[in-house]
Design a protein around this ligand. Structure first.
Ligand SMILES: C[S@@+](CC[C@H](N)C(=O)[O-])C[C@H]1O[C@@H](n2cnc3c(N)ncnc32)[C@H](O)[C@@H]1O
Length: 331
């Protein structure tokens, strides 16, 4: 059982938070809600977090305060997926370049002078905890799904954060010294806008760790082959019955395979919890959107958005090619 977390003390972040409706400042009202100074939109809390997601703000007449540039249906589908099945990241720092960045002194320069770090799409906080344990930095966490974000409020991380979307980040221009986007924008309906937003909130000279799926990897073929029929089962039978059918058919061999891969690659031979493994299966095959990128696109993104690539490699199982790991610096 997760502890009921304390509310984030949002007064500490008012200078950094912005109204997703129009990018204006936010003020804290006496009733504890946030209000857009120029838009008048009012935002409450969901659980421990201020809810600055598109569609959650209310106008004075009670209507929804619309946020531009968000494809509502696809966005809501992704939100529902990660609310219901927060992604389980079986992160092993020995097996991914992130381990070197966090542990080797030769990468110290990437973590210098960080007073405000933001992780967008933090999920359950696997990456945030790795930063905390190895670099003693706890990010301000942003995620679209409460079912995922609520985990970052738990010890030992105890992170602050906000519910928001990468498509219209509720954060000020240039507020962050360090931004992390790890396995996120490839799950959104508009990755380019997400990248634009990530670079917008980065300070000049600030660094960004970025991770997206690699086109040149076995997982891409598996996703395109298996995902449509698996999703069709949930469409035809409904989500609950569909999940049940999948759990006791295709997921069973996957579960054994997951155990074998974790054992062989990470030396972790204990059976993962059944439901947790299904969340990982969901992130791989039931996630509404997944896109894949060629290595050269990482540089194109930098050129398009005023960044420079300072480190780039592919890494992760299988064949050290699962995802691109890129460090950007804002010019
Ligand atoms: C594959 S998980 C990665 C989580 C975490 N970065 C990790 O590696 O453990 C993707 C996460 O991105 C979040 N996400 C998806 N679309 C988003 C959006 N538009 N804005 C913010 N977060 C989003 C999901 O809710 C989910 O928690």
């Amino acid at each position: 059982m997760l502890q009921t977390p304390d509310r984030v003390d949002i007064s500490k972040y008012l200078d950094k938070l912005r109204d997703p409706v129009d990018g204006g400042a936010l003020r804290l009202r006496e009733d504890g809600k946030l209000e857009g100074v120029t838009s008048g939109a009012v935002y409450g809390f969901s659980g421990a977090f201020p809810d600055l997601r598109p569609g959650r703000g209310r106008r004075a007449d009670g209507g929804v305060a619309e946020v531009p540039n968000v494809p509502a249906m696809a966005h809501e589908e992704v939100l529902e997926h990660y609310d219901d099945k927060p992604c389980k990241n079986y992160l092993a720092l020995d097996n991914v370049p992130l381990g070197r960045y966090l542990r080797d002194a030769s990468y110290d320069y990437l973590f210098k002078d960080v007073s405000f770090m933001v992780e967008v799409g933090s999920g359950r906080g696997a990456i945030a905890r790795a930063f905390q344990a190895n670099r003693n930095i706890v990010p301000f966490c942003v995620d679209l799904a409460y079912g995922s974000l609520r985990h970052v409020r738990q010890p030992p991380l105890n992170a602050d954060g906000v519910l928001g979307s990468n498509l219209c980040l509720p954060l000020a221009d240039g507020c962050a010294d360090l931004v992390v986007s790890y396995g996120v924008i490839h799950h959104t309906p508009d990755p380019l806008r997400c990248f634009m937003e990530l670079s917008r909130i980065l300070k000049p000279g600030g660094r960004m760790l970025f991770n997206v799926y690699n086109w040149d990897n076995l997982y891409r073929s598996l996703y395109f082959f298996f995902s449509p029929p698996l999703k069709a089962v949930r469409k035809v039978f409904g989500e609950r019955l569909g999940d049940l059918i999948l759990k006791f058919t295709v997921y069973l061999p996957y579960y054994i395979l997951l155990w074998l891969v974790l054992g062989l690659v990470q030396g972790r031979w204990t059976l993962p919890p059944f439901e947790e493994g299904y969340e990982q299966f969901g992130d791989f095959f039931l996630t509404p959107i997944a896109r894949f990128y060629h290595a050269n696109e990482m540089k194109t993104l930098a050129d398009a958005f005023g960044l420079e690539v300072i480190e780039q490699e592919a890494g992760g199982w299988p064949s050290n090619g699962f995802a691109h790991f890129v460090w950007y610096r804002k010019k």
